[in-house]
Each structure stands twice: as C-alpha cells, then as structure tokens.
Design a protein around this ligand. Sequence first.
Ligand code: PLP
Length: 256
Amino acid sequence: MERIYLDNNATTIVDPAVRDAMEPFYCHMYGNPNSLHSFGIEVRPYLHQAMEQLYVGIGASDEDDIIINSCATEGNNTVILGFYFNLLKDTRKKHLITTQLEHPCVRESCRFLEQHGVKVTYLAPDRDGLVTAKMVKEAITDQTALVSVMWANNETGLILPIKEISEVCKVRGVYLHTDAVQAIGKLKVDLQEVPVDYLTFSASCMVASRWAAAGPAPSMCLGWSRWARRWSWPTPISPLRTPKSGACGTNWRMRC
Ligand SMILES: Cc1ncc(COP(=O)(O)O)c(C=O)c1O
C-alpha cells in the first residue's frame, strides 16, 4: 500500500537540493571552521555565506545574534530560560505572558519558570482560535518582562497578529519572543517590518536538515533539547562549529 505523508507541520522531507548542497560538508570538507589548519580554513567562507543568507532571509540586522542549535525546541527553551536566567532573575519583573496555543516546548519552559517564582499568564484564544493584540495589551502589567506568542499555529494553521502584538509590546517596553516555526518558509517574515526581540525557527520544518534551528536569542543560556535528550549550553560560537547553518542557509537561498 502506498503511504502518503501528511504531517509536514511536524517535520518535512529533506529537499534533494539541500542534501546535495550539504554533502561536501559531511564527506570532504568536514573541518572545524574555527580551526586554523587548512581543513578548517577552507570551510569558513561557506559558513559565513550560509549565515549571511540567514540574516538576509529574515531581514535581521548586523546587531542581531543568530544562534544555531539542534531544533526549535532547544531554541525556544534557550530564549525563555535564557531570558529568565540572564535578564529577569535578579529584577522585580517576574511576569511573563504566553498563550494556550503554544507548542509544548514553550509551554513547558514557562511551567518550569513558574517553579522559580515567575508568574505566567496563559492567554486563552477567542472563539476564532486567535489571541489578539488587545488581549496581550490588557494582560500586560508593570511586572511583565516578556511576551511569547507564536506566529502561526501548527495545528489550526491560524496566523497570529504578531505585528500588532509587537507594537503593543514596544509601547509598554516589554520584550517579545515569537515561535515562527510554522511561519518561516510559508509567510513573509521580515524583522525590519515586524520587529520582535527573539524569533525561533526550525530547518527541519522547511525541507532542510534535521538538527538545525536558529533565531536571534540571548547569548548564552541553558536549554533542553527534545531531540538530543540532554541539557546543553549553546554558546555564541556554536554557529561557527557546525555545518547545520549550511542547511538553514541553503534553505534560505532556495526560498529567497
Ligand atoms: C510551532 C512549533 N514550535 C516548535 C516546534 C518544535 O520544533 P523542533 O521539532 O525543531 O524541535 C514545532 C514542531 O513541529 C512547532 O510546530
């Protein structure tokens, strides 16, 4: 019986063009691009090229950090836990707003922070399945530090009003994170038009390689990786140590 795959929001097949573009880095050009020897040096320009494609692809500026990690689960964990442990822990702002629509990796990160004394508001969707900018505005208090709302929902396909939410957050001086896994590759995502503070996405949901995801994120934090099943410390130099960014970058070149 012929099987038909209909779960492309969970993960996609790797496009043969991506596989072919990555093949040299798995088989011949496998040096660490941070290394000073010729194996490393020959890879480095390709890595920079791939990172450049990522920056251009999402309209990120030179001041933005793009961190490559193993998946969006790790990326979302990195943003939410990293935000708390780096920026929030020692302040009086201990309120975070998210939605009941979020992927479990966002929800569970928020639950984890609740154990550390963070108050989390989980906004319920309206009868159309949406969380509006008005709902976010009404939920923000003087204690609110971060809003985390997904750009598009993985189950209903609904697109959330991230631009309006970003305007509300800007006026109130609150940081905004968006899980854009289901938006990137399907919708126009341009950080110049929709200025969010943190954005996460996954290569494996857009015909690129497994184990690769990215997003502007805090520079160093603790993350729980669903795929790798381990605690890890993504560092700012991780993009320079892996061919995974080649996978993302290749994908961007194909789509942009
Ligand atoms: C909206 C959303 N966020 C996060 C994830 C997790 O992505 P990953 O499988 O790369 O960890 C998914 C996966 O399907 C998703 O749809």
